[in-house]
Ligand binder design. Structure first.
Ligand SMILES: [Ca+2]
Ligand SMILES: [Ca+2]
Ligand SMILES: [Ca+2]
Ligand SMILES: [Ca+2]
Length: 432
């Protein structure tokens, strides 16, 4: 082969190599944006999920007012500093605009909470575009001053003081009308949105669209059951789309918390707290273990929840547990929020005969909970009234939902029995 042919061959190889590189580069450059987009979307989804978990955790574990949610951090007070901007309604009338803003992660402001409950979510979550998360909360779950009670118990899910928030799908159809809070990742500015100056309001972040002639906006909050929309991302909407009015500009990502999700977690916390109070009562009842006892129950439907001598099953005896019974009262001390929100109306209580004042010491334990026998004491979180159940009532079937739970004997459904639309009893074994 001549030198010329060799050079030609080398040149051809080089050309092929360069072409191959170019095509690889082309593949990368065409893949990259969608890969980055997917990664960013995934990160934003994760951040929203984290924010939801943190908010539920914050609410449920609140030391003074379990179940409340914080006010947002609004810019109208002159800053977005991450603090929950409480509105003291003794001074400023509450406006629904007070209930939408950035998700607070620092302390709550007084006087909405007392002195010990100042901690925030303790995390400054940002979506994948680097923006703070936004947040809107139902009027039912905010506390305006420490002095004004916010009653939060299972009944508020179905019979709230104000209707719950609403979340719609990308067609405008209602997904849920039982929404306690929404958290929104606002995305980059679109259309005429201008976030300059650092104090821009919801309209500079949250989007408004027209679907089949109806306007939906995430940026306004004017009524108790304000609606928010899980709209279609504008990247997926071609200019020719028949139902979305052009220009279609929407890049919010939204996650929401229903009152049912929140209440489920809250009931668990409350039940654990009552069980701990019960166990402390038992330990304090007598120095000698063989002489220890749980309090007698109160009569179901009896408004004062006074301890009833000799009663082994019924309501929780919360008000001065011994005053209706002959046994001494070593102290049945429930937190203020418990009675403030009437949680005593949402528990059924059973004590084994051999754990009572007349027959103390829990030698065997005579209650059966599912497969677990020899239980000393049991709490059942009764949930809200279902169907035809009427409360207050002296009838056990107005509280407990299965034949096994409501037949008045010492045998009850297992802990963790699945909940349904006709069954919301949840057992918690106090001991052992
Ligand atoms: Ca602020
Ligand atoms: Ca947006
Ligand atoms: Ca029930
Ligand atoms: Ca039974």
């Amino acid at each position: 082969m001549s030198l010329h042919h060799k050079q030609c061959g080398m040149a051809l190889i080089m050309l092929l190599f360069v072409m191959a590189l170019a095509s690889v580069g082309f593949i990368f450059s065409s893949l990259e944006p969608s890969t980055i987009r997917l990664e960013r979307d995934k990160k934003t989804e994760e951040v929203l999920q984290q924010a939801k978990s943190a908010l539920i955790g914050w609410s449920v574990s609140h030391p003074e007012y379990p179940g409340i949610l914080p006010f947002p951090d609004r810019g109208t007070d002159g800053n977005y500093d991450g603090s929950s901007d409480c509105v003291n309604t003794a001074i400023t009338p509450l406006a629904y605009a007070h209930l939408i803003g950035k998700l607070p992660y620092n302390n709550q402001t007084t006087p909405c909470v007392g002195t010990v409950a100042g901690s925030g979510l303790a995390m400054g979550l940002k979506e994948s575009e680097g923006e703070d998360l936004w947040y809107a909360v139902s009027r039912n779950l905010i506390r305006t001053t420490a002095a004004v009670a916010t009653v939060i118990n299972p009944s508020i899910a179905d019979t709230p003081t104000y209707p719950w928030l609403v979340v719609r799908d990308k067609s405008g159809q209602v997904i849920s009308s039982r929404v306690a809070a929404v958290i929104i990742a606002p995305g980059l500015p679109i259309g005429t949105q201008n976030r300059a100056g650092g104090l821009a309001g919801a309209g500079a972040y949250l989007d408004t669209v027209v679907i089949s002639g109806t306007t939906y906006s995430n940026a306004d909050y004017a009524v108790a059951n304000e609606d928010f929309i899980l709209g279609e991302d504008m990247r997926n909407v071609p200019p020719s789309h028949p139902t979305y009015q052009q220009p279609y500009q929407f890049n919010d990502r939204l996650i929401y918390i229903t009152i049912d999700e929140l209440m489920l977690a809250l009931e668990k916390r409350v039940a654990r707290e009552v069980a701990a109070v019960m166990r402390n009562y038992y330990l304090a009842s007598e120095v000698v273990p063989g002489n220890r006892y749980y309090p007698y129950a109160a009569e179901l439907g009896e408004p004062t929840h006074l301890c009833d001598e000799g009663r082994l099953t019924g309501a929780l005896p919360v008000v001065n547990a011994a005053s209706g019974c002959t046994h001494p009262n070593p102290g049945f001390t429930l937190p203020n929020w418990f009675t403030e929100s009437s949680w005593q109306d949402y528990f059924y209580y059973a004590v084994s005969n051999d754990c009572s004042y007349a027959t103390p010491g829990c030698v065997t334990g005579g209650i059966t909970v599912g497969a677990q026998a020899n239980v000393h004491a049991l709490l059942i979180s009764t949930g809200a009234a279902i169907g035809a159940q009427a409360r207050p009532s002296s009838n056990i079937s107005d509280y407990l939902d299965s034949i096994e739970n409501a037949d008045g004997d010492g045998v009850f459904d297992a802990v963790g029995t699945p909940l349904s639309s006709t069954y919301n009893d949840r057992s918690l074994i106090v001991a052992p």
